[in-house]
Design a protein around this ligand. Structure first.
Ligand code: GLP
Length: 240
């Protein structure tokens, strides 16, 4: 795992943008695995600024997102589908038809997971962007998820519900279940870019990068990926 430590969040976002934009500029037909959460927001702002200033086109780019809350429609302001439109896609020339995410409203869970698995087979990702949960999760693969897992429905860990409550009016509104891409599919990406910012991620960062590779720290599997870059700011790198 290549580790880049930046002085702050701003530098982290600029550094992440360099990695992501290299992929898009080298291949107009790139397939991007994308993530939600507050960590990639700075990177997404850089991608939009670059598109506006230099005209980098996403007309042929396709995307697949990691996860979606169960029970939230794509029009719901807290859904990840909405998040992606608002924070990235609306600022680019990407065709909405080329963007993919699990359907949080799907009633048949098994069928939806099979649909997404099939789609991911057809869309080998050139790069997979990841954030890191404070409990070491990637996407919504909580501690204990088998490394071989495909798309599945997960009951969120109590710590995840608490972490994500800040984005809702009240903790009771945070969905308890979500669809998530599996660890096997995350590991299939050609390149992985994982970002972590802030002191509350320091312990998880250390376990992920320097600890034992174990299913109780899902992100530790990334130590086994041949092309994984971790970008962390100083606060998140404190325990490295
Ligand atoms: C959520 C998402 C993850 C994300 C994590 C960290 O649980 N499912 O994909 O990486 O939160 O979020 P943040 O970047 O806001 O700290």
């Amino acid at each position: 795992m290549k580790i880049i430590v930046t002085k702050d969040y701003e530098e982290l976002s600029a550094s992440a943008a360099k990695v992501m934009l290299e992929v898009v500029k080298n291949n107009p037909y790139a397939v991007l695995g994308l993530a939600t959460g507050t960590t990639p927001l700075g990177l997404y702002a850089y991608m939009i600024a670059d598109h506006e200033k230099y005209g980098t086109s996403y007309a042929h780019v396709r995307t697949a997102n990691l996860d979606e809350y169960k029970g939230l429609a794509k029009t719901h302001p807290q859904s990840y589908a909405y998040f992606m439109r608002k924070n990235l896609f609306d600022g680019l020339d990407i065709d909405p038809e080329n963007t993919n995410i699990e359907n949080g409203m799907a009633e048949d869970e098994a069928k939806e997971c099979a649909r997404y698995d099939e789609l991911l087979e057809q869309l080998p990702r050139d790069i997979q962007l990841l954030g890191l949960g404070s409990n070491g999760h990637i996407a919504f693969n909580e501690p204990g998820t088998p490394f071989g897992s495909g798309t599945h429905v997960v009951t969120l860990a109590e710590s995840t519900v608490k972490d994500n409550a800040r984005l809702f009016d009240d903790i009771s509104e945070v969905p308890r279940k979500a669809f998530t891409m599996g660890i096997r599919q995350i590991m299939q990406a050609k390149k992985i870019l994982i970002l972590a910012s802030g002191a509350n991620k320091a312990e998880a960062v250390c376990k992920m990068a320097k600890g034992e590779v174990t299913e109780s720290v899902p992100a530790s599997v990334l130590q086994l990926h041949p092309d994984c870059t971790l970008i962390v700011d100083r606060a998140a790198a404190a325990n490295l």
